[in-house]
Design a protein around this ligand. Structure first.
Ligand code: ADP
Length: 192
């Protein structure tokens, strides 16, 4: 299997690149943010809970996010691999993901990180907020909160994968296709 963690701050372009990568490598895209938003739309119990955190720019609690992610993976037992987008976002999620994948006889192949500096992120998120309808993209304070949470809790997850020699950083600024090309190059190296 080819299991990729697509990593990077809010607004780095994970969703955009995921949609291209899944086509090229025949992977299943699992975006925890998208799954939470679908639950909010469907007014499920999970959606109501997730919304109370997301609207404030906070992380949804680990237990909730981890069990949701696991059940999503189990929905496609014949997948050739997954792109995890927006997960893991904490050290506990990374540990849980490793254990879970081991229990189903697979593992993370690599973490691909989209590197984008903060000023650019703020610009992109405000722009996206104009037509995405995402409540968390409209308010500059919520955007800043998400960036702060990223720096404090999510950025360190890089070390977890670096320690396993699985971390690859790619410049996330430039043409979408050029960034996609850089990501593919790293994947080709990893799969040999
Ligand atoms: P972005 O990366 O632009 O912030 P996402 O769609 O990935 O957007 O996430 C939106 C929100 O969903 C996050 O701010 C957080 O509240 C929640 N969320 C998504 N993934 C996770 C996760 N792995 N753990 C906890 N909360 C999450």
């Amino acid at each position: 299997m080819l299991n990729i963690v697509l990593f990077g701050p809010p607004g780095a372009g994970k969703g955009t690149q995921s949609s291209k990568l899944i086509v090229k490598y025949n992977l299943v895209h699992l975006s925890t943010g998208d799954i939470f938003r679908a639950n909010i739309k469907g007014e499920t119990e999970l959606g109501v809970l997730a919304k109370s955190y997301m609207d404030k720019g906070q992380l949804v609690p680990d237990e909730v996010t981890i069990s949701m992610l696991q059940s999503e993976v189990l929905k496609t037992p014949n997948a050739k691999g997954f792109i995890f987008d927006g997960f893991p976002r904490t050290h506990a999620q990374a540990e849980a993901l490793d254990k879970f994948l081991y229990s189903i006889s697979t593992e993370i192949s690599l973490m691909l990180a989209l590197e984008v500096e903060e000023d650019e992120l703020r610009k992109r998120l405000l722009l996206r907020g104009k037509d995405s309808g995402r409540a968390d993209d409209v308010n500059p304070e919520i955007i800043q909160k998400r960036i702060d949470v990223y720096n404090a809790e999510t950025f360190p997850v890089k070390d977890f994968y670096q320690a396993q020699n699985k971390y690859k950083g790619v410049n996330g600024v430039g043409e979408v296709d050029a960034i996609f090309h850089s990501l593919c190059e790293e994947i080709e190296v990893a799969i040999g």
